[in-house]
Design a protein around this ligand. Sequence first.
Ligand code: ZN
Length: 266
Amino acid sequence: MMSIGEGVVYMLIALLGLLIGSFLNVVVHRVPRHESILYPASHCPQCGHGLRPWENIPVLSWIWLRGRCHDCGSPIVWRYPVLELLTAVLSVVVVWRLGFSGTLLPALALTWILLALTMIDLETHLLPDRITKPGILFGLLLNGSALFWPGVALTSPADALLGVFLGYGSLWVLAVAYYRMSGRDGMGGGDLKLLGMVGAWLGWQAVFLTLFIAALGGGMVAVTYLLRGKGRDYAMPFGPYLALGAWLMLLWPQAILSGYLHLLGT
Ligand SMILES: [Zn+2]
């Protein structure tokens, strides 16, 4: 049974998640367009009018405005309320799982980065360098901090460094092999950097299982598409599956590892 105090804390985390989700919407919209995420203030991309405070409230404004711009009436994509709600829910799950430990803030940050990348990949089939490259750097700095001050690192500095090379390298090998066999590019360079980023944050051990979960999830979706007779050439973004795998490895590494070993029959 949850105490009132705990309930209040989770409410506050959910509110924080809604606000972060609102910011992530700006990131998802602007980064692929090479726009600044700080300037100008939020505005309608169609008519350009600046959002009034009451038009900028997560989820509620979207419902209030019935998904349309107040001034020009052009539709506001569903991604806005969905990403805000998703960020709130996943942030609450991270706090519920990790509690108020030193690794909470890094875990939340990684969750938010993965959410932004997932949405961008779904919309544009791209994973922008502007997020993955600093993401790799931040992961290395975060885990490098363990050399001076343990407590916030998610893995050891050596495991993180190895994770970058293994994450990037393993997909590079797969991509080259696929290209040799099919003569087509199967994976974008963004996928390689994303898995390198996962390695930087969670260590090389997590790279394998992230890839395993992503292949499992992506493979099942691919099979469904083939069974429904949709084209083989349907370009499926792999980033969301990598992001999901990484997020599950962030929160349930032991359960996933034993599940994996169980599948292998050991
Ligand atoms: Zn408008």
